[in-house]
Write a protein that binds this ligand. Structure first.
Ligand SMILES: Cc1cc2nc3c(=O)[nH]c(=O)nc-3n(C[C@H](O)[C@H](O)[C@H](O)COP(=O)(O)O)c2cc1C
Length: 357
């Protein structure tokens, strides 16, 4: 209430025509809060909600609650303790690439407030895998699981994509609770072709071997590898992708990334709708639910799914769990519903009689 009626209008107005500026200021504020134990404590008391019924073990990790921060919000891991203090049960940083890169030219992030949606073509702006590794090495351990999303550098040709992902895996292995293999961003030319059988098979095979070697060198367990998929795949393409994931023993799926589709935007400013990039938020919800339902059915519920796309309220989160998700993530919901959203969702989930695992 307070956020939607007071804070959001201020944030949106300050960042008029510059949605990314508002995002940067918010992350900078949270990064500053992350450096003060006093502030972190205050944020946690104001926002976090914990309940033993929310905890769960998934792919060998203990999650205090099933709601995570989706990739892209904090690409370089600048404010990790603050996300946990806001009540997220895990955080996914990235997508990072082996080479640092600036991303696409600005403007590249657009708000469609009347539809509670965003369109972005950030293009994996990030400081690179080595910089993230250095930052994580210097930071105190996070008290919730940390996922690291890795993708292909723009400068690396598609034929050399495997080496690019492997280099990031190596650099970040010691810091990751799990890895998300991002083959579904619409904003790196050719990236989504890595969802095809042959290319995905080659990529996963190489990652699995490297993961096992890195683990053996350290006497540690291999990191769970998850694949993040697009909402725009047909059911046959999805079924094929699931086969490839099963062949390579993938630990889970993240469904879904943003969409190149523009459904649900009828009647909105055509100039905005025509912006290139991925659509997230409310208009993505129905498709993301369908994909999660399809994956859960095809895999007999045996493959953990992180359900993401259009979770803007507690009911959306419940629907995603009912569709077969084991864990949840959100990004756009934080922009439109504000920082009390994790608490409201977790409180609602704790109140459910049974939470599907
Ligand atoms: C500005 C922006 C940047 C994003 N960057 C990434 C990214 O780097 N890697 C990734 O896997 N997903 C990225 N995403 C996708 C989100 O993680 C999420 O899958 C998608 O937005 C759907 O969830 P939502 O409706 O809750 O936002 C990004 C989304 C937005 C809005």
């Amino acid at each position: 209430m307070l956020y939607k009626q007071l804070l959001r209008p201020i944030l949106f107005r300050l960042g008029r025509g510059d949605a990314e500026g508002a995002h940067e200021r918010t992350v900078a504020l949270l990064a500053a809060a992350s450096r003060s134990r006093l502030l972190l404590g205050a944020v946690e008391r104001a926002f976090a909600f914990s309940h033993p019924a929310l905890a769960r073990n998934v792919f060998g990790l203990r999650f205090p609650n099933p709601l995570g921060l989706a990739a892209g919000m904090d690409k370089d891991g600048a404010a990790l303790p603050a996300w946990a203090a806001l009540g997220f049960g895990f955080v996914e940083v990235g997508t990072v690439t082996w080479h640092a890169q600036p991303g696409d030219p600005r403007p590249r992030l657009f708000r469609l407030p009347e539809r509670e949606a965003l369109i972005n073509r950030m293009g994996f702006n990030n400081a690179g895998a080595a910089a993230l590794a250095a930052r994580l090495a210097a930071a105190p351990a996070l008290r919730v699981p940390l996922g690291i999303s890795i993708g292909k550098s723009k400068a690396t040709p598609l034929e050399a994509a495997v080496d690019d992902y492997i280099a990031s895996l190596r650099a970040l292995f010691d810091h990751a609770g799990y890895f998300a293999v991002n083959v579904s961003s619409p904003n790196t030319p050719g990236l989504r072709a890595l969802q095809d059988r042959a290319q995905l098979g080659a990529l996963l095979a190489a990652l699995v071997v490297e993961n096992a070697q890195l683990a053996a060198q350290r006497g540690a367990a291999p990191r769970p590898l998850l694949v993040k998929i697009a909402p725009d795949l047909s059911e046959p393409a999805l079924a094929e992708l699931l086969e490839v994931c099963a062949e390579h023993g993938v630990s889970g799926l993240i469904a879904t990334n943003t969409s190149v589709g523009r459904g649900g935007l009828e009647g909105t400013d055509p100039a905005l709708v025509a912006q290139a990039g991925g659509l997230s938020g409310r208009p993505l919800a129905a498709r993301a639910l369908d994909v999660v339902r399809f994956v859960a059915r095809e895999t007999g519920g045996r493959l953990p799914i992180i359900g993401v796309g259009g979770i803007l309220a507690p009911d959306d989160a419940c629907r995603m769990l009912d569709a077969g998700a084991t864990l949840l993530q959100l990004y756009t919901g934080l922009v439109y519903a504000g920082p009390t959203l994790p608490r409201r969702i977790n409180r609602a989930l704790a109140g459910r009689v049974s939470i599907p695992f």
